[in-house]
Design a protein around this ligand. Structure first.
Ligand code: UTP
Length: 295
């Protein structure tokens, strides 16, 4: 079955990005010239997704504005004959059917995904965690939907990570079936060292079958007092089994200060309009700091 729908949970508080997240959703932070969430929508669209639901909250109207038309801005670009810019402006609205729903209270990623039940219906769907950007040749959602089409069960996008990261993310009990694909029978959110199953952790992308909604409805709050998607996926893995795919791609977390800056450096050194000037600036600045210049 082809996967047509994707859910982007983007209603978290973004506490690690205070103070900016007080007034700007972390999902709207720019990587060069595009907000983080636009990279996610583009990844979904380039993977064959046509319908996207973004889980937002009352303080994040700028997300909705970004995917809506802006007639006043369009009018002034038309009057100025700025056709190329007009195309950029409108393309954001036209790339997919993007709809929104609000999570009234940040009760966790699992709770946010549970709100997508009526949007999803009885189909498999992709979830792109709203603050995880992944740059790759083949979009990661496509890498996962390909595995889903071969095996017909839920698929998590994973990476091999070090022990500190495993304890901050999650750990999968899984055995390789070939080509970076693993069969997964259990997982644990934020394990203590003695609870670690393996060095495989989920990073930002999953494809789920709709059974997850019944499981989420009976999932009790876990780590941080929140309803954790990993706890529901663990129950799914234990009951029906699921798969995991070690994806190809560079992942950045825009909800983390260092990773957010790294994402801008990564993209700034590749973007056609910035790469040459930015590279020179970084080299010059590093040299000046080495030579003792402060400001
Ligand atoms: P995170 O746990 O990384 O986001 O959730 P957070 O809760 O905003 O982070 P901190 O700890 O306060 O800094 C991963 C994704 O799930 C969304 C977030 O917006 C983020 O994109 N999320 C999280 C929700 O949509 N609702 C929630 O209740 C929690």
């Amino acid at each position: 079955m082809k996967i047509r729908k994707a859910v982007i949970p983007a209603a978290g508080l973004g506490t690690r990005m205070l103070p900016i997240s007080k007034s700007v959703p972390k999902e709207m932070l720019a990587i060069v010239d595009k907000p983080a969430v636009q990279y996610l929508v583009e990844e979904a669209v380039n993977s064959g997704i046509t319908d996207i639901l973004i889980i937002s909250n009352r303080g994040k109207q700028s997300l909705e504005n970004h995917f809506d038309y802006n007639p006043e801005y369009a009018e002034s670009l038309i009057r100025a004959g700025r056709e190329k810019e007009l195309e950029v402006l409108n393309s954001v609205t036209e790339m997919a059917k993007v709809s929104f729903i609000r999570q009234n209270n940040a009760r966790g990623l699992g709770h946010a995904v549970s709100l997508a039940k009526s949007f999803v219906g009885n189909e498999p769907f992709a979830v792109l965690y709203g603050d995880d950007i992944i740059f790759s040749e083949v979009p990661v959602v496509k890498q996962l939907t390909d595995v889903f089409e071969s095996y017909g069960k839920s698929v998590a996008g994973v990476k091999h990570v070090d022990e500190d990261s495993i304890c901050r993310y999650c750990s999968l009990k899984a055995e390789e079936v070939g080509g970076g694909v693993y069969y997964c029978t259990d997982m644990i959110e934020k394990p203590r060292r003695e609870q670690i199953f393996s060095d495989l952790a989920i990073l930002g992308r999953v494809v789920l079958t709709p059974e997850i909604f019944d499981i989420l409805a009976r999932t009790a709050p876990g780590a941080k007092g929140e309803i954790q998607l990993t706890d529901a996926m663990a129950a799914l893995a234990r009951s029906t089994g699921m798969y995991a795919k070690v994806f190809d791609g560079e992942r950045f977390d825009v909800g983390n200060k260092l990773s957010y800056i790294e994402a801008n450096v990564y993209m700034g050194l590749r973007h056609p309009e910035t790469k040459d000037g930015f590279r020179q600036f970084i080299l010059d600045t590093a040299r000046e700091i080495e030579n003792g210049k402060t400001f």
